[in-house]
Design a protein. Structure first.
Length: 368
């Protein structure tokens, strides 16, 4: 009449069910009892050949246990052991296991700058994703950039595969910046989940800002606000002018090859050993040593295909203007070009985000 009493352990209900496979991340993990109270619950997650306890808590009435993080990890095995006391003080136990969905497609974000690097005050944190991101809000929520001393740092999306962060003004020297990626199991696009759970940190070094005047053919080097040197340069020729605007050093190469065909020109040049090269844009603008132009060019004539050239020697000389400047530069230093008969560099061409107003930059967040 009253039904069969539950067998030992049956009064403990575990969700997802014991033996479940391919559990989707939207499902919730819980342990509950219909009678009595839970005495203990132990949950272990096995993932990437490592076992990790899953923290959680039992409700005040003892009827329910829930994890602190309600989201299940993907590609993991969960083991649940629960012990309960029924209304008559009898102890029962339940053991259950289940596995979660293993996604076929993953995405990762490549972070600039490098971990534990020292950078210039114009460094913009940039994440390049290997897959298009359609749920930009979910991904943005999973990334944080914090600074010490604290400063307001905001994100801006460029298309569906790049997310940059910067403060309103250049970083202050000595600032310590931490980039936390909590992308693992975040669904960035339908069926495509993040893979990373890592932290990148870097330190902002001294301030160095360069002002390249293409009309006067000079470059002023300012260190911590003080004028250190004025260097003669050669910028873009009248038909191949240099971009105006603020650019950031993103890469420093002792020597590199420059081939005009790789940047949209014909076969005008192919120089296999360009010394002291610092990349300013993704489209191929560099500030570099130039050994093939005569000494009378620098400070007098603009002859380049858009780059900024400093006097140098073949093989790169330490005591030349290019060598002197290269040895005193950092990735993240700012190069501002004025006086050129060209447009302002696009904000996504290299780390050109400093050319956007703060209002426009903030408007590029997916979270509003």
């Amino acid at each position: 009449m009253f039904g069969k009493p539950p067998a030992p352990g049956e009064a403990i209900r575990i969700t997802p069910d014991d033996g479940s496979k391919g559990v989707r991340p939207g499902r919730k993990l819980s342990v509950r009892v219909t009678d009595g109270r839970l005495e203990s619950v132990t949950v272990v997650k096995s993932q990437d050949a490592r076992d990790t306890p899953v923290p959680g808590r039992i409700s005040a009435d003892g009827r329910r246990w829930v994890p602190e993080d309600g989201r299940l990890s993907l590609a993991a095995k969960y083991t649940v052991d629960a012990v309960a006391l029924d209304g008559h003080g009898r102890r029962s136990a339940r053991h259950a296991t289940f596995t979660t969905h293993v996604p076929k497609e993953r995405f990762i974000g490549y972070v600039a700058p490098e971990d534990r690097s020292v950078v210039g005050t114009g460094m913009i944190v940039s994440l390049e994703f290997n897959r298009e991101i359609t749920d930009r809000a979910a991904v943005e929520r999973a990334v944080s950039v914090t600074a010490k001393p604290a400063v307001d740092v905001r994100p801006h999306w460029f298309g569906k595969d790049r997310l940059d962060f910067r403060p309103e003004h250049y970083w202050k020297p000595g600032t310590e910046v931490t980039v936390a990626l909590r992308l693992r199991d975040v669904e960035g696009a339908p069926g495509v989940y993040g893979l990373q759970h890592r932290t990148v940190s870097f330190t902002v070094g001294r301030s160095q800002v360069l002002v390249v005047d293409a009309a006067r053919k000079t470059m002023e080097v300012r260190r911590d606000g003080e004028l250190v040197a004025t260097v003669p340069i050669t910028a873009g020729a009248p038909k191949t002018t240099t971009y105006n605007g603020r650019m950031v050093v993103t890469e420093m190469l002792d020597v590199t090859r420059m081939n005009s065909r790789t940047v949209g020109f014909g076969g005008e040049y192919d120089i296999p050993d360009v010394p002291h090269a610092m990349r300013l844009t993704y489209s191929g603008t560099f500030l570099h040593g130039n050994y093939w132009a005569g000494d009378d060019v620098f400070g007098r004539t603009n002859v380049s295909h858009g780059c900024i050239g400093l006097r140098d020697v073949k093989g790169g000389g330490a005591d030349t203007p290019a060598g002197w400047f290269f040895d005193r530069s950092l990735v993240g230093d700012v190069v501002e070009v004025v006086g050129s008969k060209d447009r302002t560099v696009a904000p996504d061409n290299g780390l050109g985000g400093w050319n956007m107003s703060w209002k426009r930059w903030k408007a590029g967040s997916a979270l509003g």
